[in-house]
Design a protein around this ligand. Structure first.
Ligand code: FAD
Length: 388
């Protein structure tokens, strides 16, 4: 019988896991173990409202006392054995375990230095915010989601900002060639965007580019992606493959162990592939399924992935999974007043859609993913996506 459930990782997925345990009627002991000294907080505002000074705290609104949880902050899990979680503050026995350790910012050794920043935690955000002062020279390495949002905040703060990207387009990792449509936004914001440019390393007060050019930098921000926080599970017997490998029920390869959020690589029935996403929406919803599985109630995690970003004056929303797409359909004119969108099609099937400043397209596309669309009608911004 399951009497004690330990949740590891006190981020959004961990907090939601605790809430779901109680909502689904678990009345046994619940422990929430988290490495950070804080109560669980939200990360998306860190690169938006917190960086621009509109918010200092993003603590999640959770009624902890009502939930009757044993909260273990500043406690790092270090290993996993049969029914035992090892932590830097001793071992904890469990009958059920929810892994929700999320991800951490990647920082190549060549870019580590006293003026280097990454952005994953509240402390990272407050430290970076203090450094973004008008007139300072900011070099952002990586034009991915974090890089673009940091550049937005830096430009708004009056910094002289350069973004250096190895790929041929911003956001190329997530959007492929479509990311190139965001290039004009950088110049409009007064940001110097260097594409196809490798960073060699750091020098005092400068970033050294391949080819020898030096970019003077008071602040260096590295936004080159995140790694699932699962190294501590190596040797535990759990199958890991760029995340905790879980099935469509979010069950890991050992009984009584489930995973959710950024650390989980789950089998997607819908897309017939393994997915690991770093999306707030997934960390919000997946724990309900993980908890059901832990409590022995059949449930399947089969979402249409969704995320958003706010950058350089635009709201980007992406739904679906573009892997397997063989065709792009452009909808509306980039630069036009009504926003634009791009659909990814596999045959006639809509598999993903990016909406830029067109929230209605996004809302309707969510229901169309996996269904056939008429490409010509989808390309016509006057035709609602639901009728394409
Ligand atoms: C700056 C920023 C902006 C973002 N903006 C967006 C956005 O606009 N839209 C969007 O969809 N998504 C966004 N995301 C992604 C979104 O925030 C994540 O998908 C979400 O936070 C994942 O939640 P999680 O609980 O799985 O992991 P996390 O939030 O990473 O939480 C995991 C927790 O586990 C702890 N932990 C790790 N290892 C251990 C251990 N061994 N023992 C104990 N505790 C451990 C960590 O310290 C952390 O507190 C953003 C992320 C960041 C960093």
């Amino acid at each position: 019988m399951v009497q004690r459930i330990v949740v590891v990782g006190a981020g959004l997925a961990g907090a939601r896991g605790v809430q779901e345990l109680r909502a689904q009627g678990f009345s046994g002991e619940v422990l929430l173990v988290g490495a950070e000294p804080h109560l669980p907080y939200d990360r998306p505002p860190l690169s938006k409202d917190v960086l621009r000074g509109a918010l200092d705290s993003t603590t999640l609104d959770v009624p902890w006392a009502e939930l009757d949880v044993d909260l273990r902050s500043s406690t790092t899990a270090t290993g996993l054995r049969d029914g035992v979680l090892d932590t830097d503050r001793g071992e904890l026995g469990f009958d059920g375990l929810l892994l929700a350790t999320g991800a951490r910012a990647r920082l190549p050794a060549a870019l580590a230095g006293p003026d280097t920043h990454v952005l994953r935690t509240l402390e990272d955000a407050l430290r970076l915010r203090a450094a973004l002062v008008a007139g300072s020279r900011v070099v952002v390495v990586g034009a991915g989601w974090i890089g673009a949002e940091v550049a937005t905040a830096a430009a708004a703060a009056g910094c002289r900002c350069t973004v250096v990207e190895l790929g041929e387009a911003p956001l190329a990792g997530a959007l492929g060639e479509v990311g190139a449509l965001t290039v004009p936004w950088y110049a409009e914001a007064g940001i110097d965007l260097r594409l196809g440019t490798a960073v060699e390393g750091l020098q005092p007060g400068a970033v050294l580019l391949a080819g020898g050019e030096r970019l003077l930098a008071d602040v260096v921000v590295v936004g080159v992606g995140a790694e699932p926080d699962v190294d501590w599970l190596v040797g535990s017997g759990l199958v890991l493959d760029r995340g905790v490998v879980v099935d469509e029920h979010l069950a890991a390869s050992r009984p009584g162990v489930v995973a959710a959020g950024d650390c989980a690589a789950w089998w997607s029935r819908r897309f017939a592939t393994r997915l690991r996403v770093e999306h707030w929406d997934d960390a919000l919803h997946a724990p309900a399924v993980a908890v059901s599985t832990l409590l022995g109630v059949p449930a399947v995690h089969d979402p249409v992935p969704y995320f958003w970003s706010e950058q350089l004056g635009h709201r980007l929303q992406h739904v679906g999974h573009a892997g397997g797409a063989d065709r792009l359909v452009h909808r509306g004119e980039p630069g036009g007043p009504d926003g634009w969108a791009v659909g990814w099609l596999a045959g006639r099937q809509l598999v993903a859609l990016l909406a830029v400043d067109r929230p209605r397209d996004l809302a309707q596309a969510r229901k169309r993913i996996g269904t056939d669309v008429d490409a010509e009608r989808l390309a016509d911004p006057a035709v609602p996506v639901k009728a394409a």
